[in-house]
Design a protein around this ligand. Sequence first.
Ligand SMILES: Cc1cc2nc3c(=O)[nH]c(=O)nc-3n(C[C@H](O)[C@H](O)[C@H](O)COP(=O)(O)OP(=O)(O)OC[C@H]3O[C@@H](n4cnc5c(N)ncnc54)[C@H](O)[C@@H]3O)c2cc1C
Length: 369
Amino acid sequence: MDRYDCVIVGAGPGGATFARRSALEGFKTLLIEKESFPRNKVCGGGVTPAIRRLLDFDHSIVVERTVGGITFLSRDEPEDHTWYPDGMAVDMVSRREFDHHLVRRAVDAGAVLAEKTKVVSVRESTKNVMVVTENGDEISAPVVIGADGARSVVARSAGLGRAYGGVALEAEVYPRDKSVLEEHGDRAVFGFGFVPRGYGWVFPKKDHFSVGIGTTRGRMPGLISLYRQFRDRFDFLKEADEGERRGWFIPFCRDSESMNTHRICLVGDSAHLVDPFSGEGIYYAVLSATIAAETVLEEFREKGRLSQRYTKEVRKRITKDYGYARWCFDIFYASPSFFYKKARVIRALTRLSNKEIQYRDIFTELRRT
Ligand SMILES: Cc1cc2nc3c(=O)[nH]c(=O)nc-3n(C[C@H](O)[C@H](O)[C@H](O)COP(=O)(O)OP(=O)(O)OC[C@H]3O[C@@H](n4cnc5c(N)ncnc54)[C@H](O)[C@@H]3O)c2cc1C
């Protein structure tokens, strides 16, 4: 039986970030991933610039485009509204390359990567946690990080699972006329009214667009047909080849239940930390992993077990403001076009995306509008 100081299950942005920090602090670290890299992940791949403040290395090499513009449109309105607000700079990445880059940085720092290794359960006892893989291997560690995404096995095994979340569908759309990418490659598109309690997006990448549709509802029959109606809105996507359409869950945050036990801690999607207004999850996976590295590693070193400090920090730095995000959602989604036509709202949303202000401020702004 192998023993490590720390085992991380899932090598997405959350798992890779924690693994790097843990290895850099001298912990014998194992990062377990069921796929092998480079692997894809269903995602729009829009990353807000504030993530650069969290990562201790440059990831520009995997940024395919940086968009400074934003187009809003509604199904029942013929006119689109495009803005180029000061300070807007959202990076567009392909998760295949972005995640691989983060994993490489974890390995550079000394983490051991076990690919093609699916974890089927974890068992916590007073002294350690036993991680059991599909092949029947058992790995023991005093602390385990669940970073295994929206359908987290670790969360369920630890009794920290949450049963709800939204759904989304995404496809990579390759225009035959590549000049279309240059023409539309400087802005992100958000469309409202195509799906209840959600939106559609068109994000430009190096050689394709990520086109998708998502909702906070846990079930959405007919999502494929809603996706088609959204895609058909864009003439520039008509002459294009579409890759495989893939659906996945978006674990929108709806509560602030505990995110850790004495020896198990959840980060990112496994802890349901997706922004309930925007659906942004990559930044929060990296932020929660950073908070986990700051709290869990210290507690483990000093006390050998975890208190609720991690959960309290995540509440303070992430989910407390999500209460306002949910109110903003109800106000904004009641009439998106009323808000997105206002320069003041766009300025505020840009600052929010840069993490200069919080939903509490957006809430005030929307109520004033
Ligand atoms: C359609 C769609 C579009 C999205 N668009 C955006 C966007 O544009 N911007 C944004 O910020 N967020 C977006 N999100 C959300 C974002 O993808 C997630 O919030 C983010 O990936 C969370 O990172 P994570 O590290 O927590 O989990 P993940 O990225 O899901 O990584 C989990 C890892 O764990 C591995 N794993 C799972 N189970 C096991 C197991 N049993 N054993 C071993 N390994 C396992 C998986 O293979 C995966 O590599 C989108 C989500 C969807 C579904």
